[in-house]
Design a binder for this molecule. Structure first.
Ligand SMILES: Nc1ncnc2c1ncn2[C@@H]1O[C@H](COP(=O)(O)OP(=O)(O)OP(=O)(O)O)[C@@H](O)[C@H]1O
Ligand SMILES: [Mg+2]
Length: 461
């Protein structure tokens, strides 16, 4: 419940604190009340003891008690409590009173002492007073005790008078706290209400004016998030629109060539139409495959497939897979992978797609019957590169070739302009750097991917 509502949580914590203070205060009040109740009734008890002592006198060398029955009745009369007495003398022993009462010993002559005691299982307050010697060598102790009913009633009454206003005060304090907590949280509740009442597609910034510091930090973080989400949504929308637009071209061509093939009477014309249809279908298939790959390389999608791999082994495998295609185009294909293992934490299938896209570019845009090298570097960090001796890429285009659907002006062939965007996205997913070394004057292109972070993770693990 505390995590459910900030307001309720604050109030409950405050209420708990106030109740604890009230309990401590009630405890202190109880002992104060008890102290005063004892003070009043102890004085009365000592008076009773002293008046009983006046009935003790010495006669013929013996201690006697002259206590008329009427006087005793007056002394013992009490509507609420029961009073007990006992008079002892040394060496005579018990002279009068209740033998169940245990007097306080060691009371100095001429003084009284008070104590809590029990008679027949009932709690009592006891006073014992030692008289000054009436006969040389004698010691007389007069003890009076009474039950605690009046004292308890007085303590309760004092306690009630002291604590009741404090309970009322607690209720008032909680009421004021509720009002102030609500007032303090108002900027936050207003902010929540403003966000709640807007449509789910409304990502305009919330107003930060007149907000207290803590709420302003929250609002500014929210606004930053809104800006990022808006940018991401716009880029996603642009991408979907671009993708649909790009797909429309080869699909329209498929329809066109299918119509032509249907209408063609001549076998040659029909064969030509079918070949074109096949090419358009291939282009659409390549485009959808590249689009799917781009989606798969999204940051959230691939994080779970990260695993320890050996980059050298992967590069050798991909190199071997590409040998037939390179040979078919008369390309001198070289593999520069060492036998040393190069451990990485990576998504192996995405790295394979990344290398395939780089090799595909080198094959397509490199020099016909030229040279292509796929290689790995171990230091300063594990890296992989693909190099060709083609016409190269102008430095002004180095950044743009990684944009989606961007192709260099005049580039021929089937490409859809997604290959390097995929390479970049997969590299970012592995926190790897991408570097283009290319010069259209000297010719040749080398694209290097350096895995500093993924290698660090693999050695740490
Ligand atoms: N090795 C290279 N040499 C010269 N130009 C290149 C090279 N690699 C890429 N380019 C240029 O960069 C452009 C973008 O390359 P990218 O791989 O992103 O797209 P694509 O090859 O056209 O299409 P896709 O790979 O999606 O089928 C290419 O169209 C080409 O003009
Ligand atoms: Mg490509």
């Amino acid at each position: 419940m505390l995590s459910g509502s900030l307001r309720l949580g604050l109030l409950l914590r405050l209420a708990a604190l106030l109740c604890l203070l009230l309990a401590l205060d009630a405890f202190a009040c109880y002992y104060t009340a008890l102290h005063f109740a004892n003070l009043v009734y102890d004085r009365w008890l000592i008076d009773s003891d002293r008046s009983l002592a006046t009935a003790v006198h010495a006669q013929d060398g013996r201690i006697e008690v002259d206590l008329p029955r009427a006087a005793l009745e007056v002394f013992q009369f009490d509507e609420v409590d029961t009073t007990y007495y006992r008079i002892d003398s040394a060496p005579q022993g018990l002279i009068a009173g209740n033998p169940a009462l245990t007097p306080i010993t060691d009371v100095p002559a001429g003084q009284v002492r008070l104590a809590d005691s029990q008679i027949g299982g009932r709690r009592v307050r006891l006073v014992s007073g030692r008289l000054r010697p009436l006969i040389p060598g004698s010691a007389v102790t007069v003890s009076v005790a009474e039950t605690l009913i009046k004292r308890s009633a007085l303590t309760r009454e004092i306690l009630l008078v002291m604590v009741a206003p404090q309970v009322a005060l607690l209720a008032v304090a909680l009421g004021l706290a509720w009002i102030n907590v609500n007032r303090g949280l108002k900027p936050l509740t207003d902010l929540a209400q403003a966000i709640e009442s807007r449509g789910h597609d409304n990502l305009t910034p919330v107003s930060e004016a007149e907000l207290p510091l803590e709420a302003r930090v929250l609002a500014s973080r929210l606004n930053e998030l809104f800006t990022r989400v808006t940018a991401a949504m716009q880029s996603q929308e642009r991408f979907v629109a671009d993708a649909a637009h790009q797909l429309r071209t080869p699909l329209a061509a498929v329809v066109l060539h299918a119509d032509a093939a249907e209408r063609a009477v001549e076998p040659d014309a029909r064969r030509r139409a079918l070949r074109s249809l096949r090419q358009s279908a291939d282009r659409a298939a390549r485009l959808s495959q590249q689009l799917l790959l781009l989606m798969r390389a999204g940051p959230a999608a691939a994080a779970a497939r990260m695993a320890p791999i050996d980059l050298a082994v992967l590069v050798r495998r991909i190199g071997e897979e590409w040998v037939p295609q390179m040979l078919a185009r008369g390309i001198d294909f070289g593999l520069a992978a060492s036998d040393e293992p190069l451990p990485l934490v990576a998504d192996e299938s995405l790295l394979a797609e990344m290398l395939s896209n780089l090799l595909d570019n080198a094959l397509r845009y490199g020099r016909p019957a030229g040279r292509v090298t796929l290689g790995v570097l171990a230091a300063p960090a594990p890296a992989v590169y693909v190099e060709d001796d083609g016409p190269g890429i102008d430095p002004s285009e180095h950044a743009r070739i990684f944009e989606r659907f961007h192709r260099l002006p005049g580039t021929a062939g089937e490409g859809c302009g997604l290959g390097l965007a995929i390479v970049k996205q997969i590299a970012e997913l592995h926190q790897a750097g991408v570097r283009v070394d290319s010069d259209p004057h000297a010719g040749g292109t080398r694209i290097t991917i350096t895995f500093a972070a993924a290698a660090a993770r693999s050695t740490a693990g």
